[in-house]
Design a binder for this molecule. Structure first.
Ligand code: SAH
Length: 512
């Protein structure tokens, strides 16, 4: 236990029962996100998107409690006991549940346990798969022309057993749209029961699997043919079933599955903190992105030494930045040491490429020098050569521990005086990527993207064999070289060597 949490008074404990939405990260509520950000402990299951863990504090404890129909990683009683115990210890506990916490989510039972234990809790509703799932398949659950009523029921109970809590006679007669969850495995019994009790066998029906995720799949049939279609196609849970004339609307408004990269599985290998932009752009185009965080940014071993150099930054002629991480580390320390932006003095600033320059501008500083197109060390050296004689110019290069020495060697060769400030190191990320690696192995991938030589090396160090047919997209020549060192060949190299350039390259590759 960290000293921060052990010093908390007991009354500070609270448990948030948060609906994490159906999967698309954009469908988490602002309140849900705030609960993740302030959590001491996150308790989550398999239907809640692991991407949300990125919002958590780095020191937050993360507990996976599983929950697929058959592989209960933890029993419901144990989950209840766990959240009560953690909350009692004075912790802020955020319990993430797929969809909405009280729609077949047993959120009410967890709330009741917390209430009985006398600890504080809040229910934070979420977007349910029962409505969002069909919507992402182009199916509105109500519609002026087709349905003014919606019935939601569970498909978990066996309708052929006498003790079922559902009245299929009434369900079958209900007007409007019917949605059922957890029903893939009993499709035959459920559809038969509805038909036997008078539902029209020709009613259109759809199943939406992993709705709102990049890997969403939709199967359309009728009430009488769906069970057979499920068998034929090997369609699996988790899926939302929707029955009713509203299904026909899909022909006109199937928006999600019609985006350019829909159905393409793309692996993004970056640090957790950085994966954002690339993932977002690919997801916006409809791709099914699997993030494999291979590396993590840590403070340099010699923090003091770095801080000293940052303190002296204003005494140099040039500051050279070669990564957004370096910019962040530099200004983190700079504003610990100084209160006034003018403390940076008249130093000129060089950036290796647009991503780094963008980060510098976020700190409201202009970039004096950047390569026109080769956003690599050689390009930066060339840009200096083209600009001016650097003899006797003093330069502070803010870099990663493992960066190639090209910049220092070449600029020193031009008689500049270069000091190196090691701002951070990249270390292998071992947590949290096991699930992603298992998915790649099981389902394969269309493209894997690499955005730096070190991510290539770190990914290869994880020891995963790329599934046959996976193509490699590299951000630039240095990264491509690293790929070749591992005996592989990039199918495409981005030009320009930027994230948008890489996204364009992936599109081109998949269009071909
Ligand atoms: N509380 C959840 C439902 C939990 S019951 C909610 O409001 O969405 C679990 C069932 O929900 C699954 O068996 C499946 O039928 C459905 N489900 C949840 N998320 C889903 C998704 N992204 N795609 C398809 N079905 C989903």
């Amino acid at each position: 236990m960290s000293s921060a949490s052990s010093s908390k008074s007991l009354s500070s404990g609270i448990c948030y029962l948060v609906g994490a939405g159906p999967g698309d990260p954009g469908l988490l509520t602002l309140k849900g996100k705030a609960c993740i950000e302030k959590a001491d402990v996150l308790v989550y299951d398999y239907l809640s998107n692991p991407a949300f863990l990125r919002f958590a504090r780095p020191d937050a404890e993360k507990i996976y409690v599983g929950k697929k129909a058959r592989d209960h990683a933890m029993k419901q009683e144990d989950i209840n006991a766990l959240i009560v115990k953690l909350t009692r210890e004075g912790k802020v506990v955020t319990r993430l549940k797929g969809g909405d916490p009280v729609l077949f989510g047993r959120g009410a039972e967890e709330a009741a346990e917390l209430a009985e234990a006398g600890v504080r809790f809040e229910l934070v509703p979420g977007i349910t798969s029962a409505i969002a799932g069909p919507a992402y398949a182009g199916i509105p659950v109500t519609h002026r022309n087709h349905a003014s009523q919606l019935t939601i029921f569970t498909g978990h109970e066996d309708p052929t057993k006498p003790e079922t809590a559902l009245n299929y006679a009434k369900l079958a007669q209900a007007d409007g749209t019917k949605v059922f969850l957890m029903g893939v495995e009993r499709m035959e019994e459920i559809t038969n029961a509805l038909i036997q009790h008078g539902a029209n066998p020709d009613t259109p029906m759809a199943l939406v699997r992993w709705a709102t995720h990049g890997g969403q799949r939709t199967l359309v049939a009728t009430l009488s043919t769906m069970a057979q279609r499920v068998r034929e196609t090997g369609f699996k849970a988790p899926a939302v079933a929707v029955v009713g004339d509203v299904v026909t609307e899909r022909e006109a408004i199937n928006w999600f599955e019609n985006r350019p990269l829909f159905g393409k599985r793309i692996v993004v290998t970056r640090t957790r903190q950085q994966a954002g932009e690339l993932t977002r752009e690919l997801v916006d185009l409809g791709a099914d992105v699997i993030e494999v965080p291979t590396i993590r940014i840590e403070e340099p071993k010699d923090r003091r030494g770095f801080a000293e150099l940052v303190k002296d930054a204003h005494t140099y002629d040039w500051l050279i930045f070669t990564s957004p991480n370096g910019v962040e580390a530099f200004f983190h320390w700079f504003y610990q040491l100084y209160q006034d932006a003018r403390s940076i003095g008249g130093v000129k600033i060089a950036a290796i490429g647009p991503g780094t320059a963008k980060k510098i501008r976020e700190y409201r500083l202009a970039v004096d020098l950047m390569p026109e197109k080769d956003f690599v060390a050689e390009g930066l050296v060339q840009a200096f050569k083209d600009r001016e004689d650097v003899e006797n110019q003093t330069m502070l290069w803010i870099k990663a521990e493992e960066t190639r020495e090209v910049i220092a060697n070449e600029l020193t060769g031009l008689r500049a005086i270069v000091d190196e400030a090691i701002a951070y190191r990249t270390v292998p990320e071992r947590e949290e990527n096991l699930e992603a690696l298992a998915r790649i192995k099981a389902e394969g991938a269309d493209v894997i993207t690499f955005t730096s030589a070190s991510t290539v090396d770190h990914f290869m160090a994880l020891g995963v064999d790329l599934p046959a047919g996976t193509q490699i997209a590299s951000i630039g020549p240095v990264t491509s070289e690293a790929v070749r060192r591992h005996g592989l060949e990039p199918a495409i190299e981005a030009d320009p060597h930027t994230i948008p350039g890489l996204v364009a390259a992936v599109k081109q590759l998949l269009d071909a």
